[in-house]
Design a protein around this ligand. Structure first.
Ligand code: DAH
Length: 339
């Protein structure tokens, strides 16, 4: 018996030695140590052994198996080293090549504008607030003096949801950042001096409109904040934003239900193929007394101005970009130009 076990060990060693690669070695392993291998069938044969000899039989098989296991791991290591050596000698590594390095991304042009705007308004005492993109129709329209059925609602064709909020108010994707005026003013006391940048949505798509775009809302409410403060604050904001004191800006009379009087603010392109053309960048005006009332304030005591500007528009003017859709196409050739 021991003699034949020694023989098996020798055979296994020979098989392992002759294996040319790891696959060959694993095949040899299966032959000796596998489920239907030599050792498995030896162990199965234990039932033919006399009862008093079984213990000795079993333990000598196990110790032989251990030896084969050990031989196997030695040859595994040998083959691994051999394979590594082969790779090292066949594959050349040029240690003088420069490293591949990490490709560093950059901040998206819209986010750059966003950050600049926050910084500028913070420096003149405005707080920056954030709010939900999913709004109630009350905050988005009704509180802003556009009740259900008001024609001004159709100026902002929007995405309504099949959902209502817990107070049974219709939900929609906000069409502008103006509902932030309502949210903030109903929970904070004047003086109110905030901006609120964020995403907005409308059913709109062409070279100056996108179904998702960004706005920044501004609101300053106190006892004596007038339209001339709006002109002063907004003009100096633009001068800072564009790093230019010589901008072509105009306040054009307009209509918004939530302001009276209202103005649209236009600015002229000074670079790019749109040079000389006006681009509307913001709506603005003196906050309507009805809206002040919806803030929970008395319009006899409080007044102020508001504006809502397009971040895409401001960014287009800053870099002389003539198609707003460039911002959303993820074309690196475009993005790399603005770092
Ligand atoms: N929310 C308006 C829009 O998206 C823009 C606007 C106009 C905002 C006048 C204001 C404002 O705060 O006072 O078209």
């Amino acid at each position: 018996m021991n003699l034949s076990l020694d023989n098996i060990i020798k055979q296994a060693e020979y098989a392992f030695e002759s294996a040319k690669d790891s696959t060959g070695l694993e095949n040899a392993k299966a032959h000796f140590l596998g489920k239907n291998g030599v050792f498995a069938s030896l162990l199965k044969g234990i039932s033919n052994v006399r009862l008093e000899d079984r213990r000795g039989y079993g333990s000598s098989i196990n110790s032989a198996k251990k030896k084969v296991d050990f031989l196997l791991s030695r040859h595994r290591e040998r083959l691994l080293n051999k394979e590594l050596e082969l790779r090292c000698s066949s594959e050349e590594i040029d240690v003088t090549l420069p490293g591949r390095g990490l490709v560093s991304g950059s901040v998206h042009p819209i986010m750059r504008s966003w950050e600049r705007i926050e910084k500028i308004f913070r420096s003149i005492g405005f707080d920056v607030i954030d709010g939900p993109e999913l709004e109630t129709d009350w905050n988005n329209f009704t509180a802003l003096n556009s009740p259900l059925g008001h024609p001004a609602r159709s100026m902002q064709d929007t995405f309504y949801l099949d959902l209502k909020d817990k107070n049974d108010l219709q939900l929609l994707l906000r069409t502008h950042t103006s509902p932030m005026q309502v949210r903030y003013s109903r929970t904070n006391k004047p003086p109110i001096k905030i901006i609120s940048p964020g995403k907005t949505y409308r059913v709109d798509s062409d070279s100056t409109h996108s179904p998702m775009f960004h706005q920044v809302e501004g609101l300053w409410i106190d006892r004596n904040v007038s339209f001339s403060d709006l002109k002063g604050v907004y003009t100096s904001f633009l001068k800072c934003f564009f790093e230019n004191d010589d901008l072509k800006i105009r306040f054009r009379p307009s209509f918004f239900p939530f302001t009276e009087p209202s103005a649209e603010i236009d600015m002229m392109f000074t670079t790019g193929s749109n040079r000389g053309k006006w681009l509307e960048i913001s709506g603005s005006g003196q906050v309507h007394p009805n809206v002040i009332r919806n803030f929970g304030l008395n319009p006899e005591d409080y007044m102020g101005f508001a504006f809502g500007s397009g971040l895409e528009r401001l960014t287009m003017l800053r870099y002389g970009i003539n198609d707003l859709r460039c911002f959303y196409e993820n074309d690196l050739r475009f993005l790399r130009q603005i770092r």
